[in-house]
Every structure is written in structure tokens, then in C-alpha cells.
Design a binder for this molecule. Structure first.
Ligand SMILES: Nc1ncnc2c1ncn2[C@@H]1O[C@H](COP(=O)(O)OP(=O)(O)OP(=O)(O)O)[C@@H](O)[C@H]1O
Ligand SMILES: [Mg+2]
Length: 341
């Protein structure tokens, strides 16, 4: 896959135009926001919040309340996402074959598919492998999340965020097309496999996910992710971690505001207690979720596990006494033997 390291755009996306600078042509069908593009040479500065492009204040802010979807079937979105027809994605996934299902989440099924460089469907097993997420037809909430995902992920570019390649909006169909992440989710590796994840991989994944989160939080217009959890951390062939699922993302507080007031959404076991109680959202809410995931990585235990004895079902509650005592800390660590490869 061709990947332009300078601008972070995929130059092969011929149905769009690689343009990392601000798009000034906005229509009702486009997402009016400048691109946020990662540049490998400036990662440190990005993480220090000084190198992300600013948005003109007049431009619409992204939030789950900004629900103007890119509805045109002809207009290119400013992030040069590919716009697929439903028929194209049907062909790309072999008619949404059950044996090409990669997983299922609250949004719907995720299928493996294949496309040409220009986005046309390709023969199974050839050209570019993609993951196609298909929204269950369950009303407005799914559509909202679909719009928010396209809006944010279409414009945020970083090696630790999954790449959104394109989308399909046609009648009731809402689909998203991502780069294929060979090793699936961290959740699968931590909790669904018999062989424990090697510690070196756990560390690499933790650092990668932290960099993704720091990128979101670190700019002049911070983004609060709101869904940091092991199933949303995807892994490529070399265990590089990439954050996925931006349907709950929210623009952070502006100016002298300390928080965003919002209805409480997220996943039980990961959401910060103060956010759940007050609805006041800050980037610290993501940091809390990061802490929960870090505990899952260290302990090999799920954040919520109803199969464990009471007192051990909530990971944070169970772990807290160990965290407070240096001499007990090591007792938290996943006891399963694992290779350090
Ligand atoms: N880009 C991708 N490449 C490879 N596999 C993927 C990709 N995106 C998703 N998957 C697989 O599909 C599964 C379902 O993903 P999805 O994001 O729909 O749900 P989830 O994260 O498991 O749950 P939730 O809906 O609560 O976020 C993932 O766990 C992962 O195994
Ligand atoms: Mg997910």
C-alpha cells in the first residue's frame, strides 16, 4: 500500500485527491474541517500539543451534535475518503459472506474485503485487504455514531489511529471501510487466546495506544475519545496498536471551559466514575479508561468479569488495595507464564 509519509494521505486513493492542507470548499455534503495530519518527523512536537493545525474559529466544530452527514453520492469529502456504493462493498466482501466476518460489535458486523487501489472491488485475496463495518439498521443512534466516526476519523491521521479509507451511505445502508488490521483486537489477544500475550508485545501495545491518545488530546482542539477499551485497540502484523471506533468521540472543552457537559455514554467498567456521576467530560476521562486498560494488560483480567467471585468482578475495585501497597503490587501481575519474544 502506498503511504505518503509526508502528508499521511494515501496517494493511491485515486477517487479522491491527497491534500493535507485546509480544504476551503465546503458544501452541505462535506465535513467542513481542516485535516489533522500526522507527520512522523514531528511526532514529538505533535505530542507536545504544538504542531497540529488550527481550525479557523468560523468552521463548524465536530461533535456528536454535528449531524450533517456527507450524503452526496458524487461529491468527494474534503478528507478524500473514498465513497463506495453498496454494490461495490457487497462485491468487495463476497456478498458479505459469513465466513469473512472478522467480528461483531454494537455497531454491527465487520467483514474482510478486498479492493483495488482506486476503490473498485477486487478478487478475494488480491490487492488491498480492508475491513468493512456494516451498521445494523437500528435507528438514529447508529447513524449519529456513523457520522461522528466519518467526521473525526476522516480527518485525524496518526500511525496509532486506524485509517478510515472510505464510507458508503446509500438508502438505509451505512458502512465504513478501514485498513485491515491483521492481528485483530487487543481484547482477542488478552482474553480469548490460550497463549498469553508476550510482555514485550504488551509494552509495545501500551505505548502505541498511549501515543494515539496523546495525539487526540494534545492539539489545540483536543478530541476526547470516550471509548478507550481493549476491543477498540487494533493490532497490525507487528503489534503496532491503533485506536478504532470514533463514534463516541467528542471535541474537548474550548477556551477557559474545564469540561464538556454531555450525556453519559461509553462502556461500563471503563468509564471514569466522575464522568458517569456528573456528565462532565474531560480528556482525563480517557486517561481513567487508559488506566483500566493498563490494569487489564498487567493482570490479564477483564475490566468487568461476572464469572469471577464477587469482590473480583470489577477490576479496579479488586486491584485498588494492591496498587496502594508497593509490597503487594507484584501480586497483580498476570501469573500465566509467557514468552518474552
Ligand atoms: N480494521 C479492522 N481490521 C481487522 N479487524 C477489525 C477491524 N475493525 C474491527 N475488527 C474486528 O471486528 C471486531 C468488532 O469490532 P467493533 O468495533 O464493531 O466492535 P467492538 O469494538 O468489539 O465492540 P463495541 O461495539 O462495543 O465497540 C473487533 O473486535 C475486531 O476483532
Ligand atoms: Mg470497536
Amino acid at each position: 500500500m502506498a503511504d505518503n509519509n509526508n502528508c499521511g494521505c494515501w496517494t493511491f486513493l485515486k477517487r479522491g485527491v491527497c491534500n493535507s492542507s485546509s480544504s476551503t470548499t465546503h458544501s452541505a455534503n462535506t465535513i467542513p474541517r481542516t485535516s489533522l495530519v500526522y507527520d512522523a518527523a514531528t511526532e514529538t512536537r505533535c505530542l507536545n500539543a504544538s504542531n497540529r493545525e488550527l481550525f479557523p474559529p468560523s468552521e463548524a466544530r465536530l461533535s456528536s451534535d454535528n449531524l450533517d452527514p456527507p450524503t452526496s453520492t458524487k461529491t468527494k469529502s474534503p478528507r478524500q475518503l473514498l465513497q463506495f456504493t453498496f454494490q461495490e462493498l457487497k462485491s468487495a466482501t463476497g456478498n458479505f459472506r459469513p465466513d469473512s466476518i472478522l467480528g461483531e460489535g454494537g455497531f454491527g458486523y465487520v467483514f474482510k474485503g478486498w479492493i483495488e487501489e482506486n476503490g473498485a472491488p477486487a478478487k478475494p485475496g488480491s490487492r488491498i485487504t480492508v475491513a468493512v463495518k456494516s451498521l445494523k439498521l437500528d435507528g438514529l443512534q447508529g447513524h449519529r455514531e456513523w457520522v461522528v466516526e466519518v467526521a473525526f476519523l476522516g480527518q485525524l491521521h496518526h500511525p496509532n489511529l486506524v485509517k478510515l479509507i472510505g464510507y458508503c451511505i446509500e438508502e438505509d445502508h451505512r458502512l465504513l471501510v478501514y485498513e485491515f488490521m491483521t492481528r485483530g483486537s487487543l481484547e482477542n489477544h488478552l482474553f480469548r487466546r490460550t497463549i498469553p500475550l508476550p510482555w514485550s508485545n504488551r509494552i509495545k501495545i501500551t505505548l502505541g495506544a498511549a501515543k494515539g491518545l496523546a495525539f487526540l488530546h494534545g492539539g489545540p482542539e483536543p478530541v476526547i475519545y470516550r471509548d478507550f477499551k481493549t476491543s477498540n485497540i487494533l493490532l497490525d502484523s507487528e503489534y503496532n496498536a491503533k485506536l478504532s471506533d470514533f463514534g463516541l468521540a467528542k471535541a474537548g472543552p474550548q477556551g477557559d471551559k474545564t469540561h464538556v457537559s454531555t450525556r453519559v455514554v461509553g462502556t461500563y467498567g471503563y468509564a471514569a466514575p466522575e464522568y458517569v456521576m456528573t456528565g462532565h467530560l474531560t480528556s482525563k476521562s480517557d486517561v481513567y479508561s487508559f488506566g483500566v486498560v493498563l490494569l487489564e494488560i498487567l493482570t490479564g483480567r477483564r475490566s468487568m468479569d461476572k464469572k469471577r467471585p464477587s469482590g473480583e468482578q470489577n477490576l479496579v475495585t479488586w486491584a485498588r488495595p494492591y496498587l496502594a501497597d508497593k509490597r503487594k503490587l507484584y501480586q497483580l501481575v498476570d501469573p500465566r507464564p509467557s514468552y518474552n519474544g
